[in-house]
Design a protein around this ligand. Structure first.
Ligand code: HEC
Length: 257
């Protein structure tokens, strides 16, 4: 059998280590931003400001108890309005969203606080509140993300996250982790979680309990990312050369099992 070796971090050229570290640094920041973004866009949809399984159920499969407008005003659009004005809108929705109340009660609020962004010139893909039709579209029952939206988000997600984990995983291959199977598991987990994550978005529409699979997949991805990030940085700059690394920095794959 041929003995295939890999090189431990400490024996990589300085320039390669600097490159790896800078990439990890920026991906680490990116990961934090991604978590904030998940929080910002989902937390509070169920009325409780903490992020929860219920928030994700609402995001993917819709809110059987509410309208899109209410979900948005309890979630991402919450800060756009003071509480009294939000209550005016909620009362209107809960009292049947009557068309005759729109010009007197609702339109003035929307004009003052919402139309800056919600008009076709500023954001063509947002509901248009400069016309009554735009409002009626979001005053109907919230059915969550539509399949075309999910398809669009999933293809971007699948491509971009694979790219990130390929790079982070590739850097991590230079680490000595025993047993070797554990190292392989850490490398494989993000990709498998990515598949269960995206699949669960669609499955949540069928049974909203799959929102938990979205959360668990995300947690696995985060744990694998953290392990790879810290192990790589540690072994690259701080840790001693682990046992079993040859004088030229090579680690024998046969003997490291
Ligand atoms: C600063 C710009 C801005 C303002 C002001 C704003 N929105 Fe939004 N709104 C957005 C953006 C961007 C999105 C889409 C991203 C998201 O959901 O977080 C959005 C999404 C929404 C959605 C969800 C649309 C959908 O199809 O699911 C609703 C409903 C909504 N806004 C209502 C409001 C209301 C009501 C107000 C006024 C109280 C308001 N927005 C003020 C930028 C704005």
């Amino acid at each position: 059998m041929t003995n295939v070796n890999y090189t431990h971090f400490k024996f990589l050229p300085m320039s390669t280590r600097v490159l790896f570290s800078m990439v990890l640094l920026v991906f680490g920041l990116g990961y934090c931003m991604a978590m904030i973004q998940v929080w910002e866009s989902h937390a509070g949809k169920d009325g409780d400001p903490m992020i929860s399984g219920k928030d994700l159920m609402i995001a993917y499969s819709g809110n059987p108890e509410g309208t899109k407008l209410e979900t948005a005003l309890r979630g991402p659009m919450q800060d756009m309005l003071p509480k009294e004005k939000r209550d005016v809108i909620f009362d209107w929705l809960h009292n049947g969203a009557k068309a005759e109340d729109i010009p007197t009660k609702i339109d003035p609020i929307l004009k003052e606080h919402c139309v800056v962004c919600h008009n076709p010139a500023a954001n063509p893909h947002l509901p248009d509140f400069s016309s009554p039709q735009g409002l009626t579209k979001v005053a109907v029952q919230d059915e969550g993300m539509t399949i075309p939206t999910l398809v669009r988000v999933s293809h971007i997600h699948l491509f971009s996250i694979t790219f990130i984990f390929f790079i982070v995983g590739y850097i991590f291959t230079h680490a000595v982790v025993r047993p070797t199977w554990a190292k392989c598991v850490v490398i494989a987990i993000p990709f498998l979680s990515l598949i269960t994550d995206v699949a669960s978005w669609y499955l949540t529409k069928v049974w909203d309990g799959f929102a938990w699979a979205v959360i668990v997949s995300g947690a696995f991805m985060g744990v694998a990312f953290t392990i790879m990030w810290f192990t790589s940085m540690w072994q690259m700059w701080f840790g001693k050369v682990p046992e079993g690394v040859g004088e030229d920095g090579s680690v024998s794959c046969i003997h490291s099992r």
